[in-house]
Design a protein around this ligand. Structure first.
Ligand SMILES: [Fe+2]
Ligand SMILES: [Fe+2]
Length: 455
């Protein structure tokens, strides 16, 4: 009773704060997604995927709450404050890993956490309970982000980086002060702060970059599917190909980033679903990494190529990219040649971890095929038309196998024998001579085992 009678915010004041948090979460989501290809550190690609997924889920809740408060949905797209807009422009335009991490995890996320805490403390928990509730649930995940961010800053940002960026860091503080803090609760400083990094308009960089652990990124020297679907090969060695295929999926968040960044004007549910899928694909990559660690194989010896995300991001448009993704994922649904078969192989290896990786991968892919049917198929026509469209677009980026070799980008080195030997050591078995000799590349056969057209 004491709390409930103590007053609180008016509907107008509460909506004002909700709108600013909604808009900030949206900007944060976009910034995280946009940097997934170009940020080289693998763990940051994965973390940005998760953090973007958190934001995408909560953006929808805040938009719904605003609509419930006698507010028409419009106005949600507009910046609530020019200085706050500039603040997020600066984070987006941060030109290095260090500045981006500082902008995200030392400025933007703490400001959102503060805004959520203020709103929970200031609004009446009985009268405005739906607002209180979404803030509380959002806060939980924002605090997770903050904790990760603090760890990342400790690992990756040195005092000398901070010193070199001191002018910009003070600009970031002054921008928030000029906006009256992220939620507008404080008095505005009145200062008109000048743009720094965003003085040059931000341009999305679709070219994937990887850190130094990823070697030989054009290597397409070992065809995983040709062995995986070979009935004469026993299940256990196929474990390596399953883990390889999972971890190679780093390229899917890298590619989905470009769709999410370039496609404008869809309902928020589109961005939410696509970001959920993007995070699932990041999880698949990490599941593969976990697999390699479990069998003591040093995955840095395996070339995890980026030719798929590179090709799609630089040679195809967003509609074609999404269609390629759908074609591949819908193509994994048939019982004998897809995800169910991979799970059966996992079960047959008698390794519960491999079975579990494939069990969840299969479940996720069914969701992804549905997301594709919901969002890309209607844009193209029927499901059959969408798959033909994606198939044609995919074949266009696969014709450079020889050229990469001629250009000296890769030797397409056969990494299979050494990795197979390493895994056999862990399993305590002798490598099979016939399998040691495995030497099938992607030169003429693509991942769905279709012929690559020459040209
Ligand atoms: Fe996947
Ligand atoms: Fe998928």
């Amino acid at each position: 009773m004491r709390d409930a009678t103590a007053g609180g915010l008016t509907v107008t004041e509460s909506v004002e704060r909700l709108k600013r948090i909604h808009w900030s979460l949206k900007r944060l989501h976009f910034t995280l997604v946009a940097h997934i290809p170009s940020i080289p550190v693998y763990e940051l690609k994965m973390a940005f995927s998760l953090h973007a997924h958190f934001c995408a889920e909560h953006v929808g809740e805040f938009a719904s709450r605003v609509r419930e408060m006698r507010q028409p949905p419009y106005g949600l797209e507009v910046s609530p404050d020019p200085m706050l807009e500039l603040f997020f422009d600066e984070v987006l335009a941060a030109p290095s890993t260090e500045s981006l991490l500082l902008g995200l995890y030392e400025h933007a996320v703490p400001a959102i956490v503060r805004a959520l805490e203020h709103l929970m403390a200031d609004t009446n928990r009985l009268f405005d309970h739906p607002t209180y509730r979404i803030c509380r649930l959002t806060l939980l995940e924002m605090q997770d982000i903050l904790q990760y961010g603090n760890d990342a800053l400790r690992c990756l940002v040195k005092d000398t980086d901070r010193f070199a960026l001191r002018d910009w860091l003070s600009t970031m503080d002054r921008l928030l002060a000029a906006a009256g803090d992220l939620d507008g609760k404080e008095a505005k400083s009145g200062e008109s702060v000048a743009r720094q990094f965003s003085a040059t308009p931000y341009r999305y960089d679709p070219v994937p970059r990887r850190d130094e652990r990823f070697k030989d990124p054009f290597n397409m020297g070992v065809n995983a599917e040709a062995m995986l679907f070979d009935g004469d090969v026993s299940p256990l060695p196929k474990t390596i190909m399953l883990y390889f295929k999972r971890m190679r999926e780093i390229d899917v968040p890298e590619m989905m980033s470009s769709i999410l960044t370039e496609v404008k004007g869809k309902p928020w549910e589109y961005y939410r679903d696509m970001t959920r899928q993007l995070w699932d694909e990041a999880r698949h990559a990490m599941m593969g990494e976990v697999g390699f660690v479990s069998i003591e194989v040093d995955w840095t010896r395996i070339p995890l190529n980026f030719t798929w995300s590179l090709g799609l991001n630089t040679l195809l448009n967003a509609k074609e990219r999404h269609a390629v993704l759908f074609t591949i994922e819908q193509g994994l649904m048939p019982k004998r040649t897809g995800k169910e078969y991979e799970w059966e192989v996992g079960v047959a290896t008698a390794d519960p971890l491999t079975a579990m990786i494939q069990d969840y991968d299969w479940a996720d892919e069914i969701l992804h095929a549905r997301i594709g049917r919901e969002w890309i198929v209607p844009e193209i026509g029927t499901q059959v038309e969408a798959m033909a469209y994606g198939d044609e677009a995919w074949s266009r980026i696969l014709v450079d196998w020889k050229k990469w070799k001629e250009d000296g980008l890769t030797e397409h080195r056969n990494w299979w024998p050494e990795v197979y030997r390493e895994a056999c050591k862990h399993w305590g078995v002798e490598p099979e001579p016939a399998l040691l000799a495995y030497n099938t590349t992607y030169e003429s056969t693509r991942a769905d085992l279709k012929e690559v057209a020459s040209g």
